[in-house]
Design a protein around this ligand. Structure first.
Ligand SMILES: Cc1ncc(C[n+]2csc(CCOP(=O)(O)OP(=O)(O)O)c2C)c(N)n1
Ligand SMILES: [Mg+2]
Length: 336
């Protein structure tokens, strides 16, 4: 196993925070692991995309959001909701399509929503949430709030025209939108090298749109936390947009059709194996134990808690009612 960082726990991060980062990553992973079984049993409709391997990004950044901030994500959105504090029961019930779900059971896995916490939704259209995010950030600026809007999307979304129109407007109007590109190296089965004329995304965005930007190792939760703290402070002071590319890796297939057999067409087992050695949870566990910040037992206890929370969420979801036909038009129109 590789080591992620130096041999000392960072003094400026509280001990509880270190454990909290571990808890969030474990919760996301334990939440998604059993989903395959329930999806294949026909318990979940629509589609389910996993965040497994990318947990350090949501865990490192999202807990830094404050009341009034807003957030949008792609269809790979369970991790973002869980990192924000959305109840696992509500997220799981949404996957099961039940009335107790985060979107009343009518959105499914790709459309987790938590208005109370500022999560304006996951979206199924690649890059579709990015223009909405710039609009949400514009609203914050228009009202004179010191809040920011963060938006999470993939490398494939970087080839969508609307994403670039939105970034241009963000750079022009200087709205507090944090663009978080989760570069997991693939858009379905197409590698970045095969879908992008310029693979240096920071260069592309900063040169074209007059937006500041940088890249971070998205497999290292402490690094994500560190850069996010600095970026958010800067954004709250200036109200300006920012582009953060988090380099990461998707351990599982894109979705259910993308099984191990299918993946052989676009990536090698050696590549997956090499990335597995950088697993954000394993490396952070090693870091916590080797620096004396936590014991194996403490981490195992957190892990057990997460497994129990997930088991409870599954039971809750499976025992919840489906939305009634009467609710079909609810949340579609709004009163003027
Ligand atoms: C506009 C649009 N085109 C195509 C699709 C089909 N599609 C779903 S996910 C995906 C790949 C997107 O890759 P990326 O943006 O890198 O995100 P990741 O899945 O890697 O998180 C595609 C092409 C879609 N949902 N929306
Ligand atoms: Mg991708």
């Amino acid at each position: 196993m590789t080591k992620v960082a130096e041999k000392e726990a960072p003094a400026h991060i509280k001990h509880e925070t270190l454990l909290e980062l571990m808890r969030i990553m474990l919760l996301i992973r334990r939440f998604e692991e059993p989903c395959d079984k329930y999806y294949r049993a026909g318990k979940m409709g629509g589609y389910v995309h996993y965040y497994i391997g990318q947990e350090a990004i949501a865990a490192g950044l999202i807990p830094l959001m404050i009341p009034g901030d807003t957030m949008l994500a792609s269809y790979r959105d369970h991790g973002h909701a869980l990192a924000l504090g959305t109840e696992p029961r509500k997220v799981m019930a949404e996957l099961f399509g039940r009335a107790t779900g985060a979107a009343g059971g009518k959105g499914g896995s790709m459309h987790i929503f938590d208005m109370a916490r500022g999560f304006l939704g996951g979206y199924g259209i690649v890059g579709g949430s990015v223009p909405l995010s710039v609009g949400a950030a514009f609203a914050l600026k228009y009202r004179g709030d010191k809040n920011i809007c963060s938006t999470f999307f993939g490398d494939g979304a970087m080839q969508q025209g609307s994403v670039h129109e939105a970034m241009n407007m963000a750079g022009l109007y200087k709205v507090p939108c944090l663009f978080v590109l989760e570069n997991n190296k693939y858009a379905m089965g197409t590698s970045v090298e095969r879908h992008s004329s310029q693979t240096d995304f920071v260069k592309r965005v900063t040169n074209a749109y007059n937006i500041q930007g940088e890249s971070v190792d998205g497999m290292d939760v402490l690094k994500v936390r560190e850069v996010s703290e600095r970026i958010l402070k800067h954004m709250r002071e200036t109200g300006e947009p920012y582009f953060l590319e988090a380099l990461c890796y998707r351990y599982v297939g894109h979705g259910y059709a993308d099984n191990a057999q299918q993946q052989k067409f676009y990536r090698t087992e050696e590549e997956i194996e090499a990335q597995r050695k950088r697993d954000p949870i394993d490396t952070f566990r090693h870091f916590l134990v080797s620096t004396g910040a936590a014991t194996e037992k403490q981490i195992d206890d957190i892990d057990d808690d997460c497994k129990a929370i997930v088991a409870d969420a599954i039971e809750f979801a499976d025992n919840s009612p489906f939305p009634s036909p009467d609710s079909l038009y609810e949340n579609v129109f709004t009163d003027m």
